[in-house]
Design a protein around this ligand. Structure first.
Ligand code: R5P
Length: 297
């Protein structure tokens, strides 16, 4: 087996390779002055099973384009199979039509990935459990939630889990079960589909005097997390922590989270956080071993 890294996930790819007892195979990524990339696989891959690790966080389109070309380069060089680890599957929130006239963007991504030669996909905490159905190749839907459950155990007693929206109920129930069916609460979040603006209309559950632990699939602008935190504090929560698999961190998310009343923000390393986006309240948990074990199965 040979393992390759795209530009977006070098550190994670190195860790996954380490768990697989492999070195990353060399790949040349040359960027032309106009931004186009020329990609060359430098190893012999004829008849080999190959793995590419490339997350699709910001800049999403660029990361995907690089991945498409890497898969093509491997196939043209004779690779037997190309398993791709896309720990954060960009465009996953556009997995169906919300309003007439829209595209199903994730289906476009799925079609390109399979037509260039992806043979299997490994991804973490997909926004909807139905997403694998969009792909015509096997999808391994992995999760950072068991790692989060272990970390939450260390936060002490009197915990209440919180889903910041009704769409996250399945996720929050899973974490609750992992922690021996501890109590959970849900927030009723509304999103305006044309402006994207969100508002909270209520809290189901009791958080008074408790340590509230928000669990979400991703933090993008951080508006959801910070609005939820404010509501939880207003309803009497003593401390608030936030856990999310994907630290997308768009715009000023890091600064907003740092300034907020949240005590700590825990995300996994499905997306590499560049130094300028990191902030003191941020803690990282690695999904590398989970990914490596799934690849080996
Ligand atoms: C929404 O359905 C997702 O689960 C996240 O809550 C949302 O995408 C987070 O976005 P933001 O951080 O921009 O509020």
């Amino acid at each position: 087996m040979k393992i390759f890294s795209g530009s977006s996930s070098k550190e994670l790819a190195r860790k996954i390779a380490g768990h697989l007892k492999l070195e990353l195979s060399p790949v040349e990524i040359f960027v032309f002055p106009d931004g186009e990339k020329r990609i060359r696989i430098k190893d012999k891959v004829l008849g080999e099973s190959c793995v590419i690790v490339q997350s699709a966080g910001i800049p999403t389109d660029e990361n995907y384009m690089e991945l498409f070309i890497m898969i093509d380069a491997l196939k043209r060089s004779g690779a037997k199979s190309v398993k791709t680890v896309i720990p954060y599957l960009g465009y996953q929130r556009q997995d169906h039509i919300f309003r007439s006239g829209e595209a199903v963007s994730l289906e476009v991504i799925a079609k390109i990935l399979t037509s260039v030669g992806m043979t299997e996909l490994f991804s973490f905490d997909l926004h909807s459990p139905k997403i694998p159905e969009i792909f015509k190749v096997p999808v391994h839907h992995l999760s950072a939630l068991p790692l989060f459950a272990e970390r939450i155990k260390k936060l002490g007693e009197n915990i209440v889990l919180v889903s910041p929206d009704m769409g996250g109920i399945r996720r929050i129930k899973q974490v609750s079960e992992m922690l021996g069916n501890i109590s959970f609460a849900t927030i009723e979040k509304n999103r305006d589909l044309s402006s994207g603006e969100i508002s909270n209309s209520g809290l189901n559950g009791d958080v008074r005097g408790k340590t509230a632990v928000i669990v979400d699939d991703m933090i993008s602008t951080a508006v959801t997390t910070v609005d939820a935190t404010n509501l939880l504090i207003e309803k009497g929560a003593k401390r608030v922590f936030a856990f999310a698999t994907h630290g997308v961190f768009a715009k000023y998310a890091g600064k907003i989270l740092q300034k907020s009343k949240i005590e700590k923000v825990v995300v996994s390393d499905t997306i590499e956080i560049p130094p300028y986006k990191t902030f003191p309240k941020l803690e990282l948990i690695s999904i590398a071993e989970t990914a490596a074990k799934a690849i080996l199965k």
